[in-house]
Write a protein that binds this ligand. Structure first.
Ligand SMILES: [Fe+2]
Length: 178
């Protein structure tokens, strides 16, 4: 399971949780809360099947739910999955927008599985709460599609250690052609 969160289109206080599974669990559920798992959101759409373009045509399922209208400047814990199984527990802190708010961002491109020189610092600084969001401006994994997508899977496992804790926004680079 690979987990990523990002801010929703409606509001910075809407957090979208995205994860992938190898099995079709048929439902996508996120349980979350401040003191426990007091809230549950279930997607009203089935997970989307994604077939890798490599020789094995490996299939995985993309799940997405929105945690809407959260409280500002609040730490939420969450896990996601289905009645067939749950991820580990993760957490994120919502932002507090005010008149002189100045977000702290990490912005980079070109991070692969091999020689991800920035990853240890990003993991440490994210988990110390130093960033409000991370922007990865394309070129992931080198390349996501290599080795029947297993390079992409390894990349997602590596970035989960940051992307599950802070909004991780991405755009497409020239290595995301396939
Ligand atoms: Fe590049």
């Amino acid at each position: 399971m690979f987990i990523r969160i990002h801010s929703g289109s409606e509001s910075v206080l809407d957090i979208v949780v995205t994860w992938n599974t190898r099995d079709n669990t048929k439902e996508s559920i996120c349980e979350f809360g401040i003191n426990g798992l007091e809230h549950t959101v279930k997607s009203n759409k089935p997970p989307v099947a994604f077939v890798d373009g490599g020789p094995k045509n490996a299939k995985q399922y993309i799940h997405r739910v929105t945690l809407a209208q959260l409280q500002p400047n609040t730490t939420y814990r969450y896990h996601c999955g289905s009645r067939l199984g749950w991820s580990a527990m993760y957490s994120f802190r919502t932002i507090f927008e005010h008149s002189n708010w100045s977000p702290s961002l990490a912005i980079y491109g070109d991070m692969g599985v091999v020689n991800a020189a920035s990853l240890p610092a990003l993991q440490r600084e994210t988990q110390l709460g130093m960033y409000d969001a991370i922007l990865h401006m394309g070129d992931f994994a080198y390349d996501m599609c290599h080795e029947d997508g297993s390079v992409g899977d390894e990349f997602m496992r590596q970035v989960e250690t940051i992307a599950a804790y802070v909004p991780y926004m991405v755009c497409v680079g020239n290595h995301e052609q396939k």
